[in-house]
Design a binder for this molecule. Structure first.
Ligand SMILES: CC(C)(COP(=O)(O)OP(=O)(O)OC[C@H]1O[C@@H](n2cnc3c(N)ncnc32)[C@H](O)[C@@H]1OP(=O)(O)O)[C@@H](O)C(=O)NCCC(=O)NCCS
Length: 192
């Protein structure tokens, strides 16, 4: 299966990050990353107050990747090496195999550095390579950040209300307004 991961990238603050697939060895990083989220970010991610990740959630969030459930994460390669900075995942919908629900979370200290768009682009590439044609998400009406980010890539709202349904067709269509994107640096793999 094609993948451009792992990759390194430089954020707008000059910090170098590693983007890679998430797997069963990442429980500690997943827990630490969650602890770095503000109440507001947790609320926007889970659409409800959320204090701790349960063991069942940790199991789910660190499952080995498949073509139906795929997760990637970003960690710092800077001063705080290995600090978890964000995650993105999609889960294929059972009713329509070409659709997948996606979620994206960046820790508060690293928002507005281009990392969310970088993770979304990488996740979309992985999803499209696995036959996904549309990402969907339930987005809180007040979550203007993810709404703006989705619009940048061609996404739009399908239904209104407190929890709005949004869709994002794949492959993504980046709009010219997003000019300061992180530079991606490919990691060369040794031939097997
Ligand atoms: C929404 C979220 C993922 C955005 O991640 P990010 O790394 O901050 O996004 P980026 O830096 O890549 O932003 C890219 C563009 O999206 C738009 N954007 C992102 N956050 C924004 C905000 N808070 N307000 C307005 N526009 C915003 C901007 O156009 C931005 O480009 P610019 O910075 O050049 O103006 C992040 O704020 C987050 O994790 N929030 C908490 C969890 C959440 O809401 N998840 C989404 C539901 S699943």
């Amino acid at each position: 299966m094609t993948s451009n991961l792992p990759l390194r990238a430089v954020l707008r603050n000059g910090e170098t990050v590693l983007i890679r697939e998430i797997g069963p060895d990442d429980r500690r990083l997943m827990r630490e990353g969650f602890e770095k989220l503000s109440k507001q970010s947790r609320f926007f991610r889970f659409l409800a107050p959320h204090q701790h990740l349960s063991e069942a959630e940790l199991d789910h969030f660190t499952e080995a990747n498949t073509k139906d459930h795929f997760a990637i994460g970003a960690a710092s390669l800077g001063v705080d090496e290995d600090m978890p900075l964000g995650t993105a995942r999609f889960v294929r919908l059972t009713e329509d195999k070409n659709d997948a629900e996606f979620a994206l979370t960046i820790i508060d200290s690293h928002q507005r550095l281009g990392l969310g768009s970088l993770l979304l682009r990488s996740l979309a590439r992985a999803g499209h390579a696995r036959g996904i044609e549309r990402f969907t998400a339930l987005i809180h009406h007040d979550n203007t950040g993810i709404q703006a980010l989705m619009r940048c890539f061609g996404g739009h709202r399908l239904t209104g209300g407190v929890e709005e349904e949004w869709e994002l067709p794949l492959p993504l269509k980046p709009k010219p307004t997003l000019s300061r994107q992180p530079n991606e640096i490919a990691i060369l793999r040794k031939p097997q």
